[in-house]
Design a protein around this ligand. Structure first.
Ligand code: LMR
Length: 438
């Protein structure tokens, strides 16, 4: 295969853009594919390697070189294809723009291909992926973009890469914020909060300035609850309820443990709430969870196991996995991001709910206001949610919820300088950690 080298001097980032043209008829459908590579505005030395240069294209019989864009496009993407799928694509939705930060990382490497395949937003939803990376990861980001191109996903219309959040978040309807610094050796938790908090403060500002005002934001980078709080505080134009901290992985882990103990398949476990922080203080709620529609405590009679072993297994699962695997969970995290999105874009089944870290203002459970806390949510499938009703909270549950709440309030004091609430004061409880830290 011929290899052509494309040097992009004086541009800071490169966009690999695949566009489908709209039909001239009033019915909205896409019948041609055009993918182009264009240089954006900012300065940067970047190199993009592609498989074939425009001059080397030997057009097969059906596709034709798109003369109008000959100079803008690159290699195989200079061809215009007749997808011959007009009938099928007549009902396709309009393009959705999804930003992913930490796009060159392991979690994204699993997630992006699920997003591009249609598995997340549906087989009739064309998608633009806007990838945010760092200066250091830029080459890897190009590699990811190349793999996305090579996968030839029919629903994937645009892939752009950049290190500038203001560029990447432009008009996005979803922002999946995965990129964060891991805690290094000897780094205090307060230091981690500060370093990552600054990233999320900047990204909040960028979302506020350029994203769709109804953007849904899922914060994955740890410590995700407080990062989500920082992000939303820096994005006053976007409703605070649109920000989520990912606790769906914890929910999935809890479902798995209950299913194993009860000897049932995990789809029989419902109403699984994770309360609180994505840390070792999180509370997997076996009081409200159900197995085959029956309260867990009536199916698993071993209350001691539920209170100790089950709870600890879920709280520390991330750390145990790191010890075995040598790195943080990536595939299961990506799956849980998919689950979290799907829970917001499809109606929640009757009598069930899902967990998400959301803004606490107005919550009916007595949890302190103005933090991001994982709680049971329901959605009618329009991207929004409401907090679940008919939730029981007994003294045991309340006490544990309070511990996680205290931790999050302490984290919040620790990042006051990033949320516009004055000087930070760090008095973090020492015994609490991220799931992966023990
Ligand atoms: C996980 O829950 O697996 C991760 O959040 C662990 C970590 O600390 O990266």
């Amino acid at each position: 295969m011929a290899v052509a080298e494309f040097s992009a001097s004086r541009t800071e980032s490169w966009f690999l853009t695949s566009q489908f043209s709209l039909s001239s008829s009033s019915t909205r459908f896409y019948n041609h594919r055009r993918i182009e590579l264009r240089a954006p505005s900012r300065a940067r030395n970047a190199k993009v390697l592609c498989s074939i240069a425009p001059s080397q294209v030997q057009a097969p019989v059906t596709p034709q070189v798109n003369e109008a864009n000959k100079n803008d496009c690159y290699g195989v993407f200079c061809l215009t294809y007749d997808l011959r799928a007009e009938e099928e694509t007549k009902s396709w939705k309009s393009l959705i723009k999804v930003a992913v930060s930490g796009a060159a990382g392991m979690i994204s490497n699993h997630l992006l291909f699920k997003l591009a395949s249609g598995e997340v937003f549906g087989p009739d939803q064309p998608i633009a992926l806007k990838l945010l990376g760092s200066e250091r990861s830029f080459q890897a980001l190009e590699g990811v973009a190349m793999e996305l191109e090579d996968s030839l996903y029919p629903l994937l219309r645009e892939v752009s890469i950049s290190i500038d959040p203001y560029e990447v978040f432009q008009d996005v309807e979803w922002a999946l914020l995965i990129g964060a610094k891991p805690r290094g050796p000897g780094m205090e938790r307060a230091g981690l909060l500060d370093i990552n908090g600054q990233i999320f403060a900047e990204q909040g500002k960028a979302l506020n300035a350029v994203a769709s005002l109804n953007v849904k934001v899922i914060v994955v980078g740890n410590p995700c609850n407080t990062n989500a709080l920082i992000c939303l505080k820096n994005a006053p134009n976007i409703p605070a309820r649109n920000f989520h901290a990912l606790t769906r992985l914890d929910e999935n882990r809890a479902k798995c443990q209950l299913a194993l103990k009860a000897g049932v398949f995990y789809d029989k476990v419902s109403n699984m709430t994770i309360w609180g922080n994505h840390s070792t203080t999180q509370v997997p709620d076996f009081l409200n969870a159900r197995i085959n529609g029956i309260p867990v405590k009536e199916v698993i009679k071993d209350t001691d196991w539920l209170k100790k072993e089950f709870t600890e297994k879920v709280q520390k699962r991330g750390g145990v996995l790191i010890k075995k695997w040598g790195r943080s969970s990536a595939a299961s995290t990506a799956v849980s991001i998919v689950d979290a999105i799907k829970s917001l874009v499809t109606p929640t089944p009757k009598d069930d709910w899902f967990s998400s870290g959301v803004y606490t203002n107005g919550n009916p459970y007595g949890i302190a206001e103005d933090i991001v806390f994982s709680m049971p949510c329901r959605s009618d499938g329009n991207g929004d949610y409401e907090l679940a009703k008919d939730v029981i909270i007994d003294d045991f549950l309340r006490e544990r919820i309070k511990k996680s709440e205290a931790e999050l309030l302490a984290e919040k004091r620790c990042v006051a300088h990033l949320t516009g609430e004055g000087n930070a004061f760090c008095d973090l409880p020492e015994d609490t950690m991220l799931p992966g830290e023990q």
